[in-house]
Design a protein around this ligand. Sequence first.
Ligand SMILES: NC(=O)c1ccc[n+]([C@@H]2O[C@H](COP(=O)([O-])OP(=O)(O)OC[C@H]3O[C@@H](n4cnc5c(N)ncnc54)[C@H](OP(=O)(O)O)[C@@H]3O)[C@@H](O)[C@H]2O)c1
Length: 223
Amino acid sequence: MLGRHVYQEIYDALQELEIGILVNVAAVHYDHPQYFVLIPLLRLLQILDENVSAATVMTYQLLPQMLERQRGAVINVCSQISCLPPTPLLSAYTASMVYLRSLSECLQLESRRRGVIVQTLLPGFVASSTCRPTFFTPSPTTYVRHALATLGVASITCGYWPHSIQSWLTSCLPQWLWVWVVSLLFRRHRLQSITLAKEQGVQAWRCFYSFLVKTTKHSWTSV
Ligand SMILES: NC(=O)c1ccc[n+]([C@@H]2O[C@H](COP(=O)([O-])OP(=O)(O)OC[C@H]3O[C@@H](n4cnc5c(N)ncnc54)[C@H](OP(=O)(O)O)[C@@H]3O)[C@@H](O)[C@H]2O)c1
């Protein structure tokens, strides 16, 4: 977990450097959709530390030197989810993204006349190493290429035009329909993930137990 002393150390180290671009991209997600009261406290604090505090403090520390030089850019990677109607079972993550989007938009208004760009990126799904990229779920490389092309052009953007289409389509849905569909999907996803984790836990215990039995037998026969 990030401690306050870390920020002072980072601040001291950065004062010597001329930083032109800050990208606030680090974020903590949920392992699976979860009810707010069931999120482990440590994970909740991580979400606040990394998604909210770290982005805020890093911007606070680096923006002054950019404003002084009258050039530079801060790119805040938020999420499309921050523009959607309330998303149950992702409460703390969604709230952290709404915070970052709001901060980013305000800072853009404060800084634009002083030559510094503060861009808000609102990506949809981006493929991870475990899933194949598709048209609507680009690889990180494709997403970054598209997103960088928008720097200096759009201050708030999905960064990838198929995501903008998704965003527009979702915004056309009535809020009740969105909440109903998302609740249904996320509740199902939550139960599946919990069942899978339990099965994997049982499997791991079985492996561990048979390993223990084999090792004990082996030690007895060697004796
Ligand atoms: N992936 C998506 O589909 C998606 C969709 C919408 C929005 N986003 C947003 O895009 C951003 C990146 O998401 P992602 O899916 O790429 O997440 P990710 O794969 O988990 O990557 C997060 C990055 O943050 C770094 N990080 C996390 N905790 C850190 C810490 N305590 N100190 C230093 N670095 C830390 C990680 O470093 P390591 O590599 O060293 O772990 C990693 O480079 C997030 O802001 C997320 O909200 C992602």
